[in-house]
Design a protein around this ligand. Structure first.
Ligand SMILES: *Cc1c(COP(=O)(O)O)cnc(C)c1O
Length: 429
């Protein structure tokens, strides 16, 4: 049988981008509503498409590319570790996994880490941890919040507090219930004798950049102590220095509260953890860290030499270049600029939410400027920004997210604000 070369001229199209999109239409499952952009390469906060057009990447691959594209030291780390030791399975030890676990533990608190390959998988580990821990007294139920997002596996969509991800997939794994976010009393009254854990995001990402209030976090902690529940936080999007500190609660809570020992019992991570290398992890506090005993959980790839070496290099660079501080400073610059644009375009922008480099522009849902193209307000603005050479990420109908690289420069933030202003000016006409 003759095999076709990968660079075939099928399907026929005018441009390389069009050919790629046709290829998708033919052979790739239609699970994503993709934008008609086909990228070929990137550098820092810039991406280029196949026709050579450049785009300022303010979406950061949905909070993944924390060091931007093609960071020279990450390239070197991948090359070096690939040449030394790429994969061995979890039947054996290697240097990186223990070192990375130590780095993560030392940024949170005494406890242990499990490594996996994605966010949904990290959260799945949290559900298993909670169930195993509660099994001794017959508890299994996990409470999550409305508008939360916890991943696309069956348990992930059961945990996610959004109907749209569940439709058509019944029956879902039982044992998840959702209550209003930032509503301590709703959580309190939802607790049943079967409840074993609460899971929340520090900042709801897919839900439209909605931060948990400090009082809510402190209240949940007390509630979990009172009812012997695990307080679990999904730090997949809001973690890894995006708000300045390793985890978002370390940014939200004051010194005093943190000194008094506020700490969740378990935290999931992914996205920026691998900076583009697929990777997930969850940390559990010392009291529950040995719950998942030998044989009770596992993965073939998780915490492999290559992934761990990349994640270690990322943490080293974040520490050395003080990228947590940069995320705060650049986030401040960006939010100031966004607020100024809100003042200039009050009938388009309703609010600006978020912290550090996890910011959301909340659009006026009824604004005529955003409602004449038969698309949601968020998609309308995102598309217009594409025409101006900038990438952002929609969340729901009316929020546009900024999740850029943590090493973004002041000049790039200014450029992003200029592009946004230009698009808003065009839209308003
Ligand atoms: C992205 C995300 C997930 C899912 O991560 P995947 O790597 O896509 O499985 C889970 N929770 C939150 C908060 C996320 O932002």
């Amino acid at each position: 049988m003759k095999s076709k070369s990968i660079k075939s001229d099928f399907p026929v199209a005018d441009t390389e981008s069009e050919r790629m999109m046709k290829m998708h239409a033919e052979f790739v499952m239609p699970t994503y509503g993709r934008f008609p952009l086909v990228f070929s390469h990137g550098k820092g906060t810039t991406l280029w498409d196949h026709e050579g057009n450049s785009y300022l990447d303010m979406g950061g691959g949905i909070a993944v590319n924390c060091l931007g594209h093609a960071h020279p030291e990450l390239l070197q780390a991948v090359a070096d570790q690939s040449a030394r030791l790429g994969h061995i399975s979890n039947l054996y030890y290697h240097e990186g996994q223990g070192l990375l676990a130590y780095e993560i533990v030392s940024r949170i608190a005494h406890g242990k880490v499990f490594f996996c390959n994605s966010g949904a998988e990290a959260n799945d580990g949290l559900y298993k941890l909670a169930r195993k821990w509660g099994a001794k007294d017959g508890r299994f139920e996990i409470l999550t919040t409305h508008n939360s997002f916890h991943g696309r596996t069956l348990a992930g969509i059961a945990a996610t507090g959004q109907e749209k991800v569940k439709t058509g997939f019944a029956p879902l794994p039982p044992g998840f219930r959702h209550v209003a976010f930032n509503d301590l009393e709703a959580m309190r009254s939802a607790i049943s004798p079967a409840t074993v854990a609460i899971l929340i995001e520090g900042i709801q990402g897919e839900g439209g950049i909605v931060p948990a209030s400090p009082d809510y976090l402190i209240g949940l902690r007390a509630l979990c102590h009172e009812h012997n529940l695990l307080m679990m936080m999904d730090g997949i999007q809001c973690g890894h220095y995006r708000t300045g500190h390793f985890q978002s609660f370390q940014t939200f809570l004051d010194e005093e509260t943190l000194k008094q020992g506020f700490m969740p019992d378990a935290i999931s991570m992914a996205k920026s953890l691998g900076g583009g290398f697929p990777m997930g992890a969850f940390w559990a506090c010392a009291q529950v860290a040995d719950t998942l005993s030998p044989g009770s959980h596992g993965t073939t790839y998780g915490g492999g030499p290559l992934a761990c070496h990349v994640a270690l290099k990322i943490l080293e660079i974040i520490d050395r270049d003080q990228l947590g501080q940069n995320a705060m400073a650049r986030g401040h610059q960006l939010i100031q600029g966004l607020r100024q644009l809100q003042a200039s375009f009050p009938d388009i922008i309703r609010d600006v939410r978020g912290t550090g480099l996890m910011l959301g522009l909340v659009l006026e849902e009824t604004s005529p400027a955003l409602n004449h193209e038969g698309k949601s307000p968020a998609l309308t603005l995102v598309n217009h920004l594409h025409e101006n050479g900038m990438l952002t990420i929609p969340a729901g109908q009316s929020v546009v997210r900024f999740l850029p690289a943590l090493n973004i420069t002041p000049e790039t933030v200014d450029l992003a604000l200029e592009k946004l202003e230009a698009s808003l000016t065009l839209l308003k006409r």
